[in-house]
Design a protein around this ligand. Structure first.
Ligand code: GUN
Length: 292
């Protein structure tokens, strides 16, 4: 069994990005600039956005954090999005989710200029991804592809089972894993209504678990030699931690790991790759790689 070290891989990629930025700037090019909108004071969102700003520093990007109280109206927020769309210094930006209930997340996502949508959530980017055109690919599926590639894990022709059908992970992951230019795999998507989920999983060469249920995947559900990618990051109470909680994956790691060829730990697997892929998308935005 080999552990897939997302933390080390992410650090390496950030160093590669920083080196490229240094070259761009030395040649008189523009330093990539990421802006982030954070609404309210959700603990998880605060942490994510703080880490995104720190990652920008590590990569040599300029970053701008715009904070608003959760009393901001939808119209006011849409106006802020419009300002960033028009700001020529900003290469890409994100609106951290979730948003307060009185604001339509979909409306906000669709208001973002798709050419600056480094989260890859805009329907134009989602659609282009689905048909294999150049675009921003959302960070979590992109990070998983990068881990599989860097660890030379064969995916072509393999049977890949994806647990979960969310817009952010399950669906794009399935699209990418089936495409010839990415996973080139045979893909099955399982969800809460799937009839024989255990049987599907036992036939899989690669399992990507993204359902948000701690310890859902157990040893009896996987075959020997499987590769397991654990996207779960549920906060569960843990009195031994300073924060009072720990992150728990969707996979019962201790019993599943011995059967695996490769497995990602939680934390330290997919998580660190996510922000790192946002940085890659921002670098692409700075270089106008996909759109003028
Ligand atoms: N909330 C949780 N994950 C994400 C993400 O990848 N992007 C944004 N904008 N919000 C999130």
């Amino acid at each position: 069994m080999q552990l897939i070290d997302g933390k080390a891989t992410a650090a390496q990629i950030k160093a590669e990005i920083a080196e490229e930025v240094q070259k761009i700037v030395a040649a008189g090019g523009k330093r990539p600039h990421l802006a982030a909108i954070l609404v309210g004071h959700d603990g998880g969102s605060e942490t994510y956005v703080r880490n995104k700003v720190l990652a920008c520093e590590a990569c040599g990007f300029k970053s701008t954090l715009l904070r608003f109280e959760d009393t901001i109206s939808e119209t006011e927020l849409l106006n802020e999005v419009d300002k960033l769309n028009k700001d020529e210094d900003v290469d890409g930006f994100i609106v951290q989710l979730p948003l307060p209930k009185h604001i339509s997340e979909q409306k906000v996502i669709e208001a973002i200029d798709y050419r600056k949508d480094v989260d890859g959530f805009h329907p134009i980017n989602v659609g282009r991804m689905a048909i294999g055109l150049p675009c921003y690919i959302s960070a979590t599926p992109k990070g998983i592809l990068e881990l599989l590639r860097r660890y030379n894990i064969e995916t072509s022709g393999k049977k890949c089972v994806i647990l979960g059908r969310s817009n952010i992970v399950g669906k794009p992951m399935a699209q990418l894993m089936m495409q010839k230019q990415y996973g080139d795999a045979t893909v099955t998507v399982c969800h809460s209504r799937s009839r024989d989920l255990k049987k599907e999983c036992r036939e899989a060469d690669i399992i990507i678990a993204a359902i948000g249920q701690p310890d859902f995947v157990t040893a009896d559900m996987v075959k020997d030699g499987v590769t397991v990618i654990d996207v779960g990051t549920t906060r569960v109470p843990d009195a031994t931690k300073k924060s009072g909680f720990r992150l728990n994956g969707d996979v019962k790691f201790d019993e599943v790991a011995p059967k695996c060829a490769y497995i990602t730990p939680v934390p330290g697997g997919v998580g660190p790759m996510t922000i790192c892929m946002l940085m890659k998308n921002t670098l692409s935005a700075g270089k106008k790689e996909f759109y003028q």
